[in-house]
Design a protein around this ligand. Structure first.
Ligand code: ATP
Ligand code: MG
Length: 411
């Protein structure tokens, strides 16, 4: 058995021995029903946080205000949350206060979707008050209770509905979908960070076209920050299923930016508004910008042109951009395949300037010019020439050629 599950069962056993109820709950119960391995095993109990802290030796009060503590059992962290109901919600985001309760049913009732509102006891018996099992079997995302109420309480649930529908390739129950359409404007209350975190989770799924379709079909995306500020195309956008075999997050983000009608001159500002990490920004930007530089069959590029781009941008960025361009160019057939690009890359004599038999310092000494941007230019040209086999990688020859090139950049 999975050591994380063993640890969770151990925690449940100790809680029961102390006279409390304890169940596995939420995502782990759902995933086990689907025959998938859960990411983590969460425990719910009627013991209050301070009572949980008394029972276990190692406890970290991670979210004590919401009744959550982290018990470390057999060196494995297990999240334990007290049965609770959520009080009145403010601003469609968070309950003002939570209340601890004694009933499992009350706790399950506050959860978002029927498939996430099941519990499992230590013997593997499933407790399912809201028809979660049936909805799982039929592939339906359905809110627990009235969708209008549930989405008004917490607008993030609308985006979670889309994320789960995408992840499991489920449909939205018609009333749930209608609830999203009716309350999509509340999406404006969410923070950019929560929206992008949810989208990033969506991009980790095997396929994404279903999620993209739902985002645009329900028009939810028109109301989510920062997209609500972007003047999105008015007609319903149709995502292409060809995005699905591309598992890469960077390409998926860049593709979403394309679906949002982003022009190259808008890219930097839109990326800034998405508040992604620096690394993500850089990669998405390279992918989008490169792909939009390649216009179409008319500027047909030779093998050498592609090799130059590979040397300048690196094989990963070019492969990402090629994937994006194949999706977004009307006739993407002229773009070399991944295997063609890999073959050209592998066929190059060298791949990086530091493999050259000369360095920037050699040039400063040999040519007698001040240090400056000319060195980078010289090295890049020599890298291309040597990589393509137009010059041998020999110090004397490279110094001579490099000084000629440097002289051009001195003016
Ligand atoms: P994943 O495998 O992606 O983590 P999960 O179902 O475990 O899916 P979490 O965000 O970890 O999702 O939440 C754990 C559980 O808490 C959910 O299964 C659900 O029961 C409940 N939950 C989470 N977010 C909400 C919400 N916004 N509203 C109501 N219940 C929620
Ligand atoms: Mg989870």
């Amino acid at each position: 058995m999975d050591h994380r599950k063993m640890a969770a069962l151990h925690v449940m056993e100790k809680l029961e021995q102390a006279g409390y109820q304890a169940y596995l709950v939420g995502g782990c119960v759902r995933d086990e029903c689907l025959g998938k391995i859960p990411q983590d095993y969460d425990v719910t109990t009627d013991a209050r946080p301070e009572q949980v802290m008394e029972i276990f030796e190692k406890v970290v009060p991670t979210g004590i205000r919401h009744g959550t503590v982290m018990v470390v059992e057999q060196k494995v962290p297990v999240e334990v949350t007290t049965f609770r109901t959520d009080g009145k919600y403010s601003n469609h985001r968070q309950p003002e206060k939570v209340e601890f309760v004694q009933s499992l049913k009350e706790d399950l009732k506050r959860r978002d979707f029927t498939m996430n509102a099941m519990a499992k006891d230590r013997n593997g018996r499933i407790i399912d008050y809201f028809g979660g099992r049936k909805d799982l079997d039929e592939g339906i995302i359905r809110t627990v209770g009235d969708p209008s109420e549930r989405f008004q309480e917490d607008a993030l649930r609308m985006l979670r509905a889309v994320r789960f529908a995408n992840q499991f390739r489920f449909v939205l129950d018609p009333a749930t979908e209608e609830g999203i359409c009716r309350h999509r404007d509340k999406g404006g209350c969410l923070s950019v960070e929560r929206v992008t975190a949810e989208l990033n989770k969506m991009f980790d799924a095997d396929t994404v076209s279903h999620g993209f379709r739902l985002l645009f079909q329900t028009r939810l995306i028109h109301f989510l920050p920062p997209f609500c500020r972007w003047d999105l195309p008015d007609e319903a956008v149709k995502a292409m299923p060809q995005i699905d075999p591309i598992k890469n997050r960077t390409v998926r983000w860049a593709y979403l930016l394309c679906l949002c009608g982003t022009r190259p001159d808008q890219l930097a500002e839109r990326l800034r508004q998405l508040k992604l990490s620096k690394k993500e920004n850089k990669e998405i930007s390279a992918c989008f910008s490169l792909a939009s530089r390649w216009k179409g069959p008319d500027d047909s590029m030779s093998r050498e042109d592609w090799c130059r781009i590979l040397l300048e941008e690196g094989p990963e960025a070019v492969a990402n951009a090629a994937n994006l361009a194949r999706l977004t160019s009307p006739d993407g057939q002229w773009i070399p395949s991944d295997s063609q690009l890999a073959e050209w890359w592998n066929g190059l004599k060298i791949h990086q300037a530091r493999e050259l038999k000369v360095s920037g310092r050699d040039f400063i000494r040999h040519c007698g010019w001040e240090k400056g941007p000319w060195i980078g230019k010289v090295l890049q040209v020599l890298l291309e020439q040597v990589a393509l086999g137009h010059l041998p990688n020999e110090k004397e020859i490279l110094l001579k050629e490099g000084c000629k090139i440097g002289a051009l950049h001195q003016k």
